[in-house]
Design a binder for this molecule. Structure first.
Ligand SMILES: [Zn+2]
Length: 245
């Protein structure tokens, strides 16, 4: 099962899709797992990736993967392959499709239709606190001619404030607007935190779509590292622009 964010509707060029835990061939809680790094059978992951890219309409040899490290580094990419030690990639090259892998961390998708620029960001709590989404917007503006005023952003399914109870090392670094007291302790609203940072870059609030789905309590549909631990699979988001003509 593949999700297509409303943010991409009506735009013939834009490809933007997210996997769920459904529709894969891996066993147990892995299901539709798209990561080779979580102890799943590599042959099953290959098949899951083949299915995902086919459903998304993405040629598998035109994909860029990231080796994510919970940092705040973003990089400009112009060729397919694997980019090491980065948590955000962006491009203005048509026919190149950028991937981000998540379980509870926040996947953020950035798009300037006029500049033909797209970017995907992996924002866990560390990346969120470090402002990686602002780094992404700034880099796309500086290097690809994007402008925040006409950019669109989509914040995907991720750990929700309903479930994401955190320690002081997280809650103390977030704005008060993004920390909520629950019966289980303080919970972090990383979606809201990233939304606030994006608004701060100049992207209009109306151009930011937030998927409120929570990966932790959304067990029927989403992978969650918080919920399933070492047996958690990973979902993947992919974004790119189809070549013209
Ligand atoms: Zn929840």
């Amino acid at each position: 099962m593949i999700l297509h964010p409303v943010f991409a509707e009506g735009d013939e060029r834009l490809v933007c899709a997210l996997s769920t835990r459904l529709g894969g061939v891996s066993t147990g809680s892995f299901g539709m797992n798209l990561s080779f790094s979580v102890g799943d059978d590599p042959a099953a992951v290959e098949e899951n990736r083949r299915r995902f890219f086919a459903a998304a309409g993405v040629p598998p040899d035109r994909v860029v993967f990231q080796r994510q490290v919970h940092g705040a580094t973003v990089r400009h990419v112009q060729t397919p392959g694997v980019v090491d030690a980065t948590d955000g990639i962006y491009t203005a090259t048509p026919g190149l499709y950028l991937c981000v892998t998540v379980a509870d961390c926040v996947p953020v998708f950035l798009y300037d239709p006029e500049a033909g620029a797209v970017g995907v960001i992996h924002a866990g709590w560390r990346g969120t606190v470090a402002g990686i989404v602002a780094e992404g917007v700034a880099a796309m503006t500086r290097e690809l001619g994007a402008r925040p005023a006409r950019m669109k952003a989509y914040i995907g399914p991720s750990a929700g404030v309903c479930c994401y109870v955190v320690g002081d090392e997280v809650s103390s670094r977030l704005p008060a607007s993004c920390v909520v007291a629950t019966s289980g302790g303080l919970a972090a609203d990383l979606k809201r935190a990233n939304e606030e940072i994006l608004e701060g870059t100049g992207i209009p609030a109306r151009s930011i779509v937030v998927d409120q789905a929570c990966t932790i309590c959304g067990s029927a549909r989403y992978h969650s590292h918080r919920r399933d631990g070492a047996r958690s699979g990973r979902m993947m988001g992919v974004m790119g622009l189809r070549p013209v003509g």
